[in-house]
Design a protein around this ligand. Sequence first.
Ligand code: F6R
Length: 242
Amino acid sequence: MTNFKEIKANTYEDMSNEAATIIFDALKESKQFSLGLATGSTPEGMYDALAKKINEANLDLSELTTFNLDEYVGLDESNDQSYHYFMEKHFFSKLDIPQENVHILDGVAEDLQKEVEDYEALIDEVGIDIQVLGIGRNGHIAFNEPGTDFNSLTHKVQLTDETIEDNSRFFESIEDVPTEAVSMGLQTIMKAKTIILLISGDNKKNARDLFISGEITEDIPVSILHNHDNVILITDSAARGE
Ligand code: F6R
């Protein structure tokens, strides 16, 4: 299946700029916009480039809403490994988005079941115009690991050993990596009108291969995107093995 568009960027910086430009152009078009965001190393350059473009153009973000994909269970926003902290550092601190329009799952909510249900309901109410995604080496998107139900909504997940190991580079020791997270489900992600999937680096070549093979299976979470009509894949040359 090839119903997605691939933008073949050269460097990581080029990939980041391509993504930032698509989002910036969409924000210019429509003041009332809902943006789905990812954390991780991959989108850092995009956040830099996008914040720069927005600030240079003095774009009004008063009607922008954001939804993040996921958060670790047990880390609050003051923890420098939480996704709240990441987003503040790399994006929100540089911009003027009304606090009440910024949505990130609360990993320390007393009632996590209510937290995930409320999050899903809010996404249904507001919608997501563009959702940005990174990808794990095993093809995970958000914290939806291989085997996740394609019909999954926002839910609590158990991280796989591979993801814990990958994410341990950000923590002092592997024992410090949380083993659970709250995450949009695969069906939640599919609700977005447009999806931008970023794949960067030679360690993600396998993940890109898994996706472009076209096989649609719950063993490869990202493969659900073949059932979406509006996916833009942006890769750098390393991810393509070039
Ligand atoms: C982050 C997320 C994860 C990452 C993925 C890749 O919000 O949902 O699925 O996109 O683990 O992470 P990096 O970009 O650090 O390789």
